[in-house]
Ligand binder design. Sequence first.
Ligand code: KIV
Ligand code: ZN
Length: 409
Amino acid sequence: MNPAHQGNTDAVESDVGGRVRIFDTTLRDGEQAPGFSMDRRAKLRMAHALEDLGVDIIEAGFPQASPDDFAAVAEIARTLKAPTIAALARCQEADIDSAGKALQGARQSRIHLFLSTSPLHREHKLGKSRQEVIDIAATAIRRARTLAHEVEFSAEDALRTEPDFLAEVFSVAVEAGASVLNAPDTVGYVTPSEIHAMFTYLREHVRGAESVVFSAHCHDDLGMAVANSLAAIGAGARQVECTINGIGERAGNAALEEVVMALRTRQPLFRVDTGIVTQRLFPTSRLLAELTGQAVPRNKAIVGDNAFAHESGIHQHGMLKHRGTYEIMRPQDVGAKTSLVLGKHSGRHALRQRLVELEFAVDEATLDAVFESFKNLTDRQRSITNDDLVALMDKHQNHHPTAAVAVQS
Ligand code: KIV
Ligand code: ZN
């Protein structure tokens, strides 16, 4: 173990090993967020990209929500080969039947049922007692079981539900035929230690726990969706629901690329694997941005423009000596590239490196002179392009024709 992590009490040690299934809900939870809607064609393109990325389950939509959503789910179910295709349904007959119908062509289909379990939702949203909630869930699961290969049951607002009641609902769900139990942090409220405790409790108290997969679905209202998903994995969750670029209701869902790269980069700590082709992360993220018209923030972890960009002189100098000084992942592992951005914080080492890449032979005197002009330019421009550098060199050569020469051309 890395000495820096000795004494780390994260209970990731309590349940180690195995494969975490990646359940992508970009086309459902992600798509239902303001600004991220996609038409059928866009959804199909995205679904193909998710298949290439290697996700295990694609939640293709909520068929009862609209005829277009129904058609998109049906088309994705008919077309895709590798992943399980899931469709969302409330615990209502019409929703379940519609989900079952939309999934008919799927090689492996899953109806994803959800029902609120927290006291707040039971009282204000459903107006139902504990027993009524249990009965509704069981009836819905039994119906869904006849219409799809597998049934996932989500206890909406699970993380604000009384643990003993949640364990009872889940126990009944297992008896009724659910094979995946999802405990969503619907409102992004909990902390990593709390979700860890909840998953540990559920795995100890749900009857039939050993025969089902526990799943985490975390929202990012307090910026903890990824940390919470990882904590749930540490407590034995073996499915994580997430979205590309972390899109989703309100502040979004756990970002798939962040969960996957945390598991991979810190594999010795988590000791689990995913089936994700990580080199596809960057292109998939950019495809989503293109299809939704929503740019990826520059500083977004893993897939933002700055994720592997270095501008400050000290960092660039370190990077030129050893990449590991400022990068913990290899950019090519996520389909991205390192860039040493030339701007006002950059130093001579990076300037020299770029001039060499541009095939200029540069001696110290030339570098001194060009560096000064370069710094002056950065006062007026945020970043300096290769064209700017060629122009600087041209100007310099015209004043000092023997000082620097382009090796070629
Ligand atoms: O956040 C949530 O609770 C959901 C459920 C439908 C799984 O998205
Ligand atoms: Zn959600």
